[in-house]
Design a protein around this ligand. Structure first.
Ligand code: CA
Length: 373
């Protein structure tokens, strides 16, 4: 497989090594000259061999590949000192056991999405996606420059986990249905695989949300355990073969307007790394965050064309009244996610204030532009 980013990675690694070399706060140990440092052997004296467990099937396009790319970047940037083996869901632990396993130190790293842990920490869902909430671009802005990431780290600290922003899918598709959705009535009693706050909103709108990991979606739909499913978008849904079990493909993904993926690192493991490797983890996660969104944008329309033109998929917009019904249901669900505790309320307030500001500016820029393009 061609790897066009490799040259850029090499350049990045050289640049970063240079920056850290210049800006290192501590002096080399007594007796070690700069010349000796420069002539240090290229092979690592000590390698950290880590496990990265994921909520994705091994090598799933987009989300799953982003975990592989993260490991590859870190291996390259660290000259092999940080040597990470990636495990797909079920290889070491099940998809929904990733949080607990990294918290316990069974694996040093995990890759997934924070809304999977909503049963344990309801407010965690805000760090993945909120129905009718912020887009990928707005989420990145909140997490990086709006205080979001600091709040996320505060939320996960009692679990000895440090979260990093590590991927985004962009706006997803509303999903696959085995019948047409013409009105709000058609949602009644519909069993749909849909996670997070969107799942709860779907429940209040009359549906029955079911949460199954990616590896089980196809079988669940084909055997009638579920009537409908969302997953991510055409890039993944084509690869998973979802079109063979539900012919109607609806948009837009009201429930996931720009889902942030997370890298979680066991705090003790992270702190055991030297400062340069810790910085590489942060930098590699940020690079993968950017790369994942580009991957989805680059491949989704071609996959959608294949679904429609080669597999006869019926592409449909959700009717406006159905969307308004879902929006009303979602507003209550999101407000309740703030819960009773002080930290959850602070996270909710931060998200909502930023989202409101982002919405106003986006209306004048991205939205205005897209409307007229
Ligand atoms: Ca989804």
């Amino acid at each position: 497989m061609p790897r066009p980013v490799d040259n850029h990675l090499c350049l990045l690694a050289i640049l970063l090594a240079g920056l850290w070399g210049c800006g290192a706060p501590s002096q080399p140990p007594t007796g070690q000259s700069a010349a000796q440092e420069a002539s240090a052997p290229s092979q690592p004296e000590h390698a950290w061999k880590w496990k990265l467990i994921t909520t994705w099937p091994k090598n799933l396009p987009g989300a799953g590949l982003s975990a592989e790319r993260l490991a590859e970047r870190l291996r390259m940037m660290s000259n092999g000192r940080l040597d990470i083996k990636v495990y797909g869901a079920g290889e070491l632990v099940g998809a929904f056991e990733v949080f607990d396993a990294v918290s316990a130190g069974t694996a040093e790293m995990g890759h997934g999405a924070s809304y999977y842990w909503r049963g344990k920490i309801p407010i965690a869902a805000l760090f993945s996606t909120v129905p009718f909430g912020m887009t990928a671009q707005e989420m990145n802005a909140w997490l990086r420059y709006g205080g979001g990431l600091a709040l996320w780290r505060e939320l996960y600290a009692p679990f000895a986990l440090v979260p990093f922003v590590a991927g985004n899918t962009g706006v997803q598709m509303a999903g696959w249905f085995n019948k047409e959705i013409s009105s709000v009535e058609d949602l009644k009693g519909l069993k749909m695989r849909i996670p997070g706050l969107g799942g709860e909103a779907f429940n209040r709108a009359g549906g029955v949300p079911v949460n199954v990991p990616a590896g089980e979606v196809f079988t669940s739909l084909q055997t009638g355990v579920i009537d409908a499913t969302e997953w991510i978008g055409p890039y993944n849904d084509l690869a998973l073969g979802l079109y063979t079990a539900g012919n109607y493909y609806y948009y837009p993904g009201w429930h996931e307007p720009g889902t942030t993926l997370e890298l979680i690192v066991n705090q003790q493991a992270l702190e055991s790394l030297p400062a340069d490797l810790q910085a590489m983890v942060e930098t590699a996660a940020q690079a993968v965050n950017d790369d994942t969104l580009a991957d989805y944008v680059a491949h989704s329309q071609a996959a959608l064309d294949t679904l429609v033109n080669e597999h006869g998929v019926q592409l449909r917009p959700l009717p406006k009244d159905v969307l308004e019904h879902l929006r009303a249901a979602a507003q209550g669900v999101v407000a309740e996610a703030a819960g009773e505790d002080e930290l959850s309320q602070r996270i909710y307030a931060s998200y909502m204030a930023f989202a409101e500001r982002a919405r106003r500016y986006t209306a004048l820029t991205e939205q205005a532009y897209l409307d007229m393009r």
